[in-house]
Design a protein around this ligand. Structure first.
Ligand code: CAA
Ligand code: FAD
Length: 380
């Protein structure tokens, strides 16, 4: 394992750090409170190349590796996890899925707007009765020759209200089980495509989460991704990389909360000395630092596995499982170190604690990561 970062990696890391401080930090508390989507910030992230980081430049992408993407995700998430989830879904679920499995026409049609940040993408797998149990798709895409007719409801869709391109997973042939599932590109504004209300969430409140309703939506055959019946594999292969992005988000939340707690502990005095001089606080910082470093190694390793063309199902799942646990634990301890100040909005750590929780739920809950991990180690 060699985690020494190249000049390019350090440059992109530093650019993301600067951007987070200058563009995401101002207003992050207000956006959280008002559940306000970071429209301007997304536009600027598009200009910086953060919205299509791993996409080939011929489609408007930045042509970078997964490690660069992870470094950017970490830095953005230290400050604003609502913005970073928008980046994560657009990059690792929508752009990667389209570039890896789409036709040349699909790539040329959709990727330039997605990579520039002018248009955002959404990935639509979850349903009211198919969350963890993702093969139980109830949304149907019935084959009508030159098009599919889509009916059903997706829920919890990140970027649901702001996206213009939706990758929708649906069941075409129930007899074939998961082998009868397809992935279709649905565009905003298609007849019969309706948006459900925006969810009022515990955390990542700046990102917009909606249910989507499809009533006889006609989707042209050329909008199918891959061969007939490839939809479930498409979702699983795409999510394997998505989990690396969410692991990096969790790592960033943990590192951001730790940095704030460390600083505060050296400033706040109690019993005549800085609280960092009390061993109970110093040991909390020691635990936080150790666990964040361990999480970072897992996250970077999974990114490097992907860049090297090695299998990353296992390393990505381990990274997500562990980094999300560390994010939750660290954010809770950061609130504790801040005392009463930790409980109010202007110190940021209460938001980080609320934001951390989702990393244990989406893109496969911690329990699902353990299924993926245990199946992998028992099989091999
Ligand atoms: N790559 C390729 N194929 C895969 C795969 C992978 N990583 N994982 C599974 N498959 C294939 C299997 O090989 C199998 O195909 P075959 O029968 O041809 O071998 C098929 O998929 C079904 O797999 P399983 O039999 O293992 O299916 P299962 O019902 O036991 O479920 C699961 C497996 C891992 C639990 C899966 O259902 C799962 O990942 N659930 C969680 C869903 C999830 O992560 N949702 C996230 C939604 S997106 C999101 O959340 C975005 C966001 O918030 C920002
Ligand atoms: P359930 O599957 O009902 O799980 C409930 C509990 O049971 C969990 O603790 C789970 O781990 C446990 N459980 C279930 N099955 C097992 C098992 N076999 N063994 C052990 N424990 C089990 N989905 C998308 O498709 N696209 C998105 O963009 C998206 N964004 C999201 C954004 C937010 C803010 C949220 C909250 C969710 C988002 N999701 C998205 C959905 C998310 O992926 C699901 O919520 C998640 O996969 C869990 O599904 P569920 O909510 O149906 O929980």
């Amino acid at each position: 394992m060699n985690f020494s970062l190249s000049e390019e990696h350090l440059m992109i890391q530093s650019a993301a750090r600067d951007f987070a401080q200058t563009e995401l930090l101002p207003g992050v508390i207000e956006r959280d409170e008002r559940q306000e989507f970071p429209t301007e910030q997304v536009k600027k992230m598009g200009e910086l190349g953060f919205m299509g980081m791993m996409v080939d430049p011929q489609y408007g992408g930045s042509g970078m590796d997964t490690l660069s993407y992870v470094l950017v995700m970490e830095e953005l998430s230290k400050v604003d996890a609502s913005s970073s989830v928008i980046v994560s879904v657009n990059n690792s679920l929508v752009c990667w899925g389209l570039e890896t499995f789409g036709t040349e026409e699909q790539k040329q049609k959709y990727l330039p707007r997605l990579t520039s940040g002018e248009g955002i993408g959404a990935f639509c797998l979850s349903e009211p009765e198919a969350g963890s149990d993702a093969t139980s798709q109830k949304t149907t895409a019935i084959d009508k020759g030159d098009h599919y007719v889509l009916n059903g409801t997706k829920n919890w869709i990140t970027n649901g209200g702001t996206a213009e391109v939706y990758l929708v997973i649906a069941q075409t042939d129930i007899e074939k089980g998961h082998k009868g599932i397809n992935a279709l590109i649905v565009e905003k504004g298609m007849d019969g495509f309706e948006l459900g209300p925006k969810e009022n969430k515990l955390g990542i409140r700046g990102s917009d989460t909606h249910s989507l309703i499809f009533n006889d939506v006609k989707v042209p055959k050329e909008n199918r991704i891959g061969e007939d019946g490839f939809g479930f594999k498409f979702a699983m292969k795409t999510l394997a990389g998505g989990r690396i992005g969410i692991a990096a988000q969790a790592l960033g939340i943990a590192a951001g909360a730790y940095e704030l707690a460390l600083k505060y502990s050296k400033e706040r005095k109690a019993f005549g000395t800085e609280i960092s001089n009390h061993q109970a606080i110093a040991f909390k910082l020691a635990d936080m630092h150790t666990k964040i470093q361990a999480a970072r190694m897992l996250v970077y390793q999974s990114a490097i596995d992907k860049d090297n063309g090695d299998n990353y199902d296992l390393s990505g799942a381990m990274a997500k499982l562990y980094a999300s646990e560390v994010a939750m634990e660290t954010a809770v301890e950061a609130v504790q170190i801040h005392g009463g100040n930790g409980f109010v909005k202007e110190y940021h750590v209460e938001r980080m604690m609320r934001d951390a929780k989702i990393t244990q739920i989406y893109e496969g809950t911690s329990e699902i990561q353990k299924i993926v991990i245990s199946r992998s180690i028992l099989r091999d």
